[in-house]
Design a protein. Structure first.
Length: 320
């Protein structure tokens, strides 16, 4: 038996079987009767089976037992091929497919709301969330392991385009009894004289540079260790101080502390995409992330306003 059965041969086989004649099958297929006969002969040769008994005149045919058995399989093969074509067209058009999105738990609320909106508009488009540290997410986008990744505070990154999707505030934690704790959204300048427990630059250069540029005359406070340990120390200390951090997961529940969103600076969150991988599916995800409404304002503050889909930032040296 040959191994080169073509979809066209199966299509001709099904047409002849359903029309019970070469002429009518040729009319249906909009081709010559001789071409139909040749394709049937080739298919029978490839399969090593006789599929039709030819009558007189030879254009009148009927299925053999082997032909009857193979007919449903041929129909299934043609239907499967049609599904492949439809799926491919959906992928090209961005209505279905798979996007591998690198993300972090810190973005979970915004991401899940965007995916819910995307699912309503494009139910056959799947997004698989991939967790990794920020530098790992960028590396995976460059290598093609991830189709896109959410990154925070990055203004330029080698080999990727950055599409701003939203901004978010930094959060300040300070003693609940301090007068500045009464402010809903303090400005960093108002906190400048209060000792700041700031993460060292070697630990988090992007955050350190963002804060020190916003508060150039900040007052150094006790050392920052880990966020939880720093919050515990801040709550228990006799002398007031404050610390600053990115929104990430559950906020501290210590009644000795309050957490307030800073009025400035805003922290950019971008979708990192390799320039040659901005497919229709990735663009649909980008639009959903950009358009996602902010969550209701609560006691811990709220993320920033959502800008319209912009052009990507120019690639360059990595930052943050």
């Amino acid at each position: 038996m040959g191994a080169a059965v073509e979809l066209r041969q199966l299509e001709y086989f099904v047409a002849v079987a359903e029309e019970l004649g070469l002429r009518r099958a040729a009319e249906r297929l909009e081709t010559a009767e001789e071409a139909v006969g040749r394709q049937i002969d080739r298919l029978e040769g490839e399969l090593g089976l006789r599929l039709f008994d030819r009558g007189k005149p030879p254009r009148h045919v009927r299925l053999t037992a082997a032909g009857e058995r193979l007919l449903p399989e041929a129909r299934a093969a043609l239907a499967a091929a049609e599904r492949v074509r439809e799926t491919a067209a959906g992928i090209v058009g961005g209505t279905e497919g798979l996007v591998r999105l690198g993300t972090s738990r810190a973005f979970a609320d915004r991401v899940y709301r965007a995916l819910g909106a995307l699912a309503e508009r494009r139910p056959r488009l799947r997004v698989r969330l991939e967790r990794a540290p920020q530098e790992g997410r960028l590396a995976a986008v460059r290598s093609g392991t991830f189709d896109a990744a959410l990154v925070r505070t990055v203004c330029r990154a080698e080999g990727v385009a950055l599409y701003p999707v939203w901004t978010e505030p930094l959060l300040a934690a300070l003693p609940a009894g301090h007068p500045l704790a009464a402010l809903d959204e303090p400005h960093p300048a108002q906190l400048a004289r209060l000792p700041l427990r700031l993460a060292p630059r070697e630990t988090n250069p992007a955050l350190h540079d963002l804060v020190t540029s916003a508060v150039p005359d900040w007052t150094p406070g006790p050392p920052f260790t880990t966020l939880q340990a720093t919050l515990d120390a801040l709550a228990a200390a006799a002398e007031p101080s404050w610390t600053v951090f990115h929104p990430a997961g559950a906020l501290p529940r210590d009644r000795r502390l309050v957490v307030r969103p800073l009025k400035a600076p805003r922290v950019p969150v971008s979708l990192a995409v390799r320039p040659d991988r901005l497919t229709p599916a990735v663009r649909a995800l980008l639009e959903a992330l950009t358009a996602t409404a902010e969550p209701p304002r609560g006691p811990a503050g709220h993320p920033g306003a959502v800008p319209p889909v912009p052009a990507p930032r120019t690639a360059g040296a990595a930052s943050g």
